[in-house]
Design a protein. Structure first.
Length: 459
């Protein structure tokens, strides 16, 4: 490279070192003023997985926590959806609107200052963070795409995001703004250009017809359209594909659903914890729940518990009616039996039974027994006992059974004494656990019948 004209005039044999330093400085200035290397446009690749609420961790969903981000990043996620709320003093925090109680907050986020929100723990485990702190972490990781869901784009939210992202050094994190209406698209048009952010449209209105969706996509030209399972159809996918627009489905966690929706045209998914089979076969540790090193109680539940609230766990007679989490028995024939499916237990374990029942206006009598489910018969573990309830009375019956030899299937059976009886079951649980040192063998401990006062929160 030839030196500038002014540079050759000042060069002498005595000042070559100084001159070379000046020349290096000129070149550095030129390089620093040169335009940055262009960044490849963001694209939605087929099969994309977006970790919803930064991904599940320890069995808890949508924590929007740094812990979830770090753990799910290690599992292979690179796209993350984060829920944002703005505080009374204009700071964005990573928390989904409407979950303030789960975070131990006394009021809505918009009524609290950031000092009153930051550091409070979601689900008593995961500290709430500012968006600026999350960005520090995603910038450090270097290849994260952050999809921001604010639940709406008010001026306060836009100003807060512009202030957080628009000042200071440029962020490595790729940003996607999620909108749900044409009004939002117009509102953030300037903001998305200012931030160099992409836009995705998330359909919140299930009845928005395909023609309106198509019109919105033509105007917004989003990176992708996000729908829930109910709104997705193969025909909507076909229509969007004709506009070169991918469609993502939120939130999908089961492999069978991933396959079914992919066949019908879905291009990717928001998920809490799904990982492709090939990924965790290559690294079996990834098969564990995020944040766990061994099977959690939740993961073991199919082998350790039967619960009335899970339909597959209970076999109902024709006289039973399920309403939300409760089951009502009325006008039942003498041979009508409600039973749990068999719960296997290894040797040396124990089984606990809990029945929470409420009588109708005329009172109720019902019977309860515990048997061992065998291939061609059933062996009684606890003799049948009859329990009487006064009109409107609610009572919890608890049983404990030691199983020194284990069992292929502990099963609880329950029925009404007559067709005139009416009974509502709030809970019926059979759980496997380690026996207490002082616990007697099966059949030696009497049933404990304790009255219940207030109904529990699930009712």
């Amino acid at each position: 490279m030839l030196a500038p004209f002014w540079f050759t005039r000042v060069v002498t044999n005595r000042n070559w070192v100084i001159a070379l330093a000046l020349l290096a400085g000129v070149q550095a200035c030129k390089e620093s003023s040169s335009p940055p290397t262009p960044v490849a446009p963001l694209r939605v690749e087929h099969g994309l997985l977006v970790a919803r609420g930064l991904g599940s961790i320890g069995g808890v969903r949508t924590t929007n926590s740094l812990e979830a981000l770090r753990c799910n990043y290690q599992r292979g996620f690179r796209w993350f959806d984060v829920d944002l709320s703005v505080t009374a003093d204009g700071e964005l925090v990573c928390l989904r609107k409407g979950t303030e109680k789960l975070a131990g907050l006394p009021r809505r986020v918009g009524e609290l200052t950031v000092a009153e929100v930051e550091g409070k723990q979601y689900a008593e485990r995961f500290p709430i963070q500012r968006l600026s702190r999350l960005l520090e972490e995603t910038d450090r990781l270097g290849d994260v795409v952050l999809v921001m869901d604010t639940g709406g784009w008010s001026e306060r939210v836009e100003h807060a995001l512009s202030r957080t992202l628009g000042y200071g050094p440029k962020h490595k994190t790729r940003i996607v703004l999620q909108v749900s209406s044409e009004m939002d698209v117009k509102s953030i048009a300037t903001l998305s250009q200012e931030l160099g952010a992409s836009v995705m449209v998330k359909l919140r209105r299930l009845r928005e017809d395909d023609a309106k969706v198509e019109a919105l996509v033509k105007k917004a030209q989003p990176l992708a359209v996000v729908v829930n399972n109910e709104r997705f159809t193969p025909w909507l996918a076909e229509r969007l594909h004709a506009l070169n627009t991918p469609v993502l489905v939120a939130a999908v966690n089961e492999h069978a659903d991933i396959v079914r929706l992919t066949r019908a045209g879905a291009d990717g998914f928001y998920t809490d914890h799904y990982l492709p089979f090939g990924r965790f076969t290559a690294n079996p540790d990834l098969a564990m729940e995020c944040g766990e090193t061994q099977l959690s109680a939740r993961a073991l539940r199919p082998w350790t518990r039967r619960d009335l609230q899970h339909e597959a766990d209970v076999i109902l007679p024709e006289c039973a009616a399920r309403k939300r989490r409760r089951v009502t028995l009325s006008s039942c024939a003498a041979d009508a039996v409600l039973s749990t499916s068999g719960l296997p237990a290894p040797p040396g374990r124990a089984a606990s039974v809990e029945v929470d029942a409420e009588a109708g206006k005329a009172g109720a009598r019902f019977w309860l027994e515990v048997v061992e489910e065998l291939p061609e018969s059933a062996r009684q573990l606890r003799p049948r006992q009859e329990i009487s309830l006064k009109p409107g009375e609610r009572r919890t019956v608890e049983l404990q059974l030691n199983l020194p030899s284990g069992s292929p299937g502990v099963q609880v059976r329950l029925g009404l004494a007559s067709e005139q009886d009416e009974l509502t079951l709030h809970h019926l649980r059979v759980a496997q656990h380690a026996p207490a040192a002082s616990e007697p063998p099966a059949g030696e401990r009497a049933a404990a019948a304790t009255p219940r006062g207030e109904p529990d929160a699930g009712d």
